[in-house]
Design a protein around this ligand. Structure first.
Ligand SMILES: [Zn+2]
Length: 375
């Protein structure tokens, strides 16, 4: 789904970079080489500026990784599952697959990020101070100065109180602790995130108008990204909140119609897809579940062969881990639906199909609950 390149593993956490990072890396190195460093240190050769810039871009990359790693290690310490870290366009994302269990955990996991960036800023500032007060190497002095500055900015930016930035998470932890209601706290923090995003977009637009074209565009991009991230992370928490405590049997469609693998595809289309208007059917032979046939898998077979071919040639097997039980937890079931790429999973009891659960069932429930003004 996400196009990223795996680099290495630290403390059991897979580190990878999103392909956009290559673009960012080049952009950062370029702006440093032609703009920043020639302005800070005058009179050096072009290739030296380039080397300084590439080294700085690498150290910036390592700094962002250090920041994300601090979140992940703290999350691991609080017994949350951390899958991997993906570094991408505007920094990185530590993919912590679970929500923190308490406001205190949330606060701890969020706050270590800015702290680690400020710590790095301090380290680079000391290095810069040490270099200029001893050897006087302008080249390393400028590199360390840049990294001190950029890490300070990274820490400060992440402290802005808009979810899902670290500052927004701290804000969420505060309201979570106060109201004891995670969904409500998330709503407040992500509204702040969207507001902050809007502010950055306006600020960026103002910069573009007044002539700071590149900087302004960056600001607009970051604003758009933040708005979108605030919205989608709020949706996720809302879904989890609505689903928590529910079981698969409360959500599934139980009027399932099984089709036989020996049925010709043409009959499947005429008598099942058209009549029942479902987009998929479980395939069963004498109560034994064989897999799922979907509209999509039928479309892959040329129309002229629909009379001779049978359902068995279009059936998609469903691996054991994706078969649901009526008593399964609804949140886990949704995760499985997303992982499986099928958009729907069969529900089996005593090896018999008793229902089917689709992503649509879950979204409908969510819409109804939010329409009814649950909050
Ligand atoms: Zn962070």
């Amino acid at each position: 789904m996400v196009r990223s390149l795996k680099l290495f593993t630290i403390a059991g956490i897979e580190i990878s970079v999103h392909y956009t990072w290559l673009f960012i890396f080049i952009l950062i190195a370029y702006t440093l080489a032609v703009g920043y460093f020639p302005m800070r240190v005058r009179g050096l050769g072009k290739s030296l500026y380039l080397m300084m810039s590439v080294l700085s871009a690498f150290l910036l990359f390592a700094s962002v990784l250090f920041h994300e790693l601090s979140h992940s290690l703290m999350a691991k310490k609080e017994k949350l599952k951390v899958d991997k870290i993906v570094l991408f366009l505007f920094g990185g994302v530590a993919q912590i697959s679970e929500e923190p269990k308490s406001a205190k955990d949330e606060f701890k996991i969020a706050v270590v990020g800015p702290i680690s960036s400020f710590f790095l800023a301090l380290v680079f500032w000391f290095l810069w101070y040490f270099v200029i007060s001893s050897s006087g190497s302008e080249v390393f002095g400028a590199i360390f100065e840049y990294l001190a500055l950029i890490n300070f900015m990274l820490g400060a930016f992440n402290l802005l109180p808009g979810f899902p930035l670290d500052g927004g998470r701290i804000l969420r932890a505060y309201f979570w602790n106060k109201t004891k209601d995670l969904a409500k706290a998330t709503s407040i923090a992500s509204t702040a995130g969207k507001g902050l995003g809007m502010f950055l977009i306006l600020l960026g637009a103002f910069q573009v108008i007044t002539g700071y074209f590149i900087g302004g565009l960056w600001m607009i991009f970051i604003g758009l990204f933040l708005r979108q991230a605030a919205e989608s992370s709020y949706q996720r928490v809302l879904i989890m909140d609505v689903l928590s405590g529910m079981k698969v049997k409360e959500l599934m469609s139980s009027n399932v119609v099984c089709v036989s693998p020996d049925l010709p595809i043409s009959d499947l289309v005429d008598e099942f897809f058209f009549k029942h208007r479902f987009s998929s059917f479980p395939v069963c032979q004498k109560d034994k579940f064989l897999g799922i046939v979907t509209l999509h898998s039928v479309k892959e077979i040329p129309k002229e062969k629909w009379r001779e071919k049978t359902v068995s040639s279009a059936v998609k097997e469903v691996s054991e881990e994706f078969i649901l039980d009526p008593e399964d937890d609804a949140v886990n079931a949704l995760k499985k639906i997303i992982q499986s790429d099928l958009g729907r999973l069969p529900v089996l009891k005593d090896k018999k199909v008793v229902g089917i659960l689709t992503r649509k069932d879950i979204m409908n429930l969510l819409r109804i609950k939010t329409d009814l003004g649950r909050r």
